[in-house]
Design a binder for this molecule. Structure first.
Ligand code: URA
Length: 431
């Protein structure tokens, strides 16, 4: 068998069997199939798709491409969450401390930014000293001791996904249902999750643009979860406009901290409470969703969720003084407020353009080896449905480069659309 023949088969729309998928993925992990062949394979899958059977085989092969974590000696029930990727999506940074404060231990391995969508690891690394490279032993010890871990995907866990994810980011091969489903589910299965809440984003700033596509992705992941014996719930959440206000690494961490302190943007707080309710119910800490939501709201109000986040940052070597005083986060050289060019109702804030503007400012990567600038980004001040007057603050850009600032300003201005008549606010979730 040769890797090139498997690529040709997929290019020619011929279904791959399990042996071929295993051969290709094993070769990719060992280095026999180089990055350029994996990129061609990913593009062939993106263009020609995969059957549910092929996707399940790809997922299980990637899950078994490295170590399989067993958390049964660490927690009663291992829960996990994962988002399919969005703009301003700092949900894990707030949700994990909230559920941990409610008594549900949760350890999560997160990823880096992918295309226009930010990544939790890049965000957390804006806290000086915060380690995202915990060993399996450290992961288990911390989960047992403080009930919360938020780290990077260990190199030995689903390494096939780790390698492919980084390649897809820079080869235009992210928005593919089989590639996203296998990427997400392989690492959740390998990380030992017994119950999983999937936050499937839909809209302009998501990899799935329509509800039909998002439902197909959600159902595929639920089926794969069932097959692997993991209880899986998928939520469909809106990603037409950025979640919350902040887009950019340290700006998002600050917004998550404000939310953990009981403030933060209304939509982000509501989104987090809903995800927490599902996690607490799946993790058997709440009788039902209402109970879960009430417990989560209490953890925000009484400060216990914020304290959990402080404990997490300290345990992972981060400087907790940044959590206590967010003005310590480095500020970009240029912070420019942009005013609304018109009066009316905001009818659209294209989340993808805002995410792309943040990448242009340096908040994401154009090449695998690029470093991210933690200080840059955009804060949108309005949401769809808001009424605005000409000259009101519309958004603020944090930039370290004048030319990039000008480019981002034009993009984010163009991302906003207005209507003279009432524009309906966007829902947070869809059925
Ligand atoms: N999140 C992942 O983990 N993988 C994808 O492919 C997309 C979003």
């Amino acid at each position: 068998m040769r890797a090139v023949d498997i690529i040709i088969k997929k290019r020619d729309k011929i279904e791959l069997n399990r042996e071929e998928i295993e051969f290709f993925i094993k070769g990719f992990v060992s280095g026999d199939a180089p990055d350029y062949q994996a990129s061609a394979f990913a593009m062939a899958v993106l263009l020609n798709g995969m059957t549910a059977r092929e996707t399940t085989d790809l997922t299980l092969t990637m899950a078994h491409s490295g170590d399989m974590l067993d958390l049964s000696d660490t927690v009663d029930l291992a829960v996990d969450k994962h988002s399919s990727g969005g703009v301003g999506d700092k949900t894990s940074i707030a949700v994990l401390p909230i559920v941990a404060a409610c008594g549900l231990p949760v350890g999560k391995m997160s990823g880096r930014g992918l295309g226009f969508s930010g990544g939790t690891l890049d965000k957390l690394e804006s806290i000086p000293g915060y380690r995202v490279d915990l060993t399996t032993e450290e992961f288990k010890k911390q989960l047992k001791e403080i009930g919360i871990v938020l780290t990077g995907q260990s190199l030995t866990l689903a390494p096939a996904d780790g390698k492919l994810y980084a390649l897809r980011d820079v080869t235009g091969t992210v928005p593919s249902i089989p590639l996203i489903a296998s990427s997400i589910m392989s690492k959740k299965i390998a990380a030992g999750a017994q119950a999983i809440v999937l936050d499937v984003k839909v809209g302009l700033g998501a990899f799935m643009q329509t509800l039909d596509e998002a439902r197909a992705l959600a159902n595929l992941m639920i089926d794969i979860g069932k097959l692997a014996g993991r209880e899986t719930v998928a939520l469909l959440s809106d990603m037409n406009q950025p979640l919350g206000h902040a887009v950019g690494n340290s700006l998002e961490v600050v917004e998550a901290i404000e939310t953990l302190q009981g403030g933060g943007p209304h939509d982000f707080r509501e989104h987090c409470l809903h995800v927490c309710a599902h996690l607490l119910r799946l993790g058997k800490r709440a009788k039902n969703l209402e109970d879960g939501r009430a417990q989560a709201a209490k953890a925000l109000a009484d400060g216990s969720a914020f304290e959990k986040f402080r404990a997490l940052v300290k345990a992972q070597g981060g400087d907790a003084s940044y959590v206590d005083d967010v003005s310590k986060f480095p500020r970009a050289k240029r912070v420019e407020a942009v005013e609304s060019p018109t009066s009316g109702y905001i009818s659209q804030i294209d989340a993808r353009s805002v995410g792309e503007a943040s990448v242009i400012l340096g908040g994401g990567r154009a090449k695998k080896s690029d470093a991210v600038d933690h200080a840059v980004g955009i804060v949108v001040h309005r949401k769809v449905g808001d009424r605005i007057q000409k000259g009101d603050p519309l958004f603020t850009i944090h930039a370290n480069d004048e030319a990039k600032l000008a480019e981002a300003r034009e993009m984010v201005l163009a991302a906003h659309q207005y209507s003279a008549n009432f524009a309906q606010p966007l829902p947070l979730f869809y059925n």
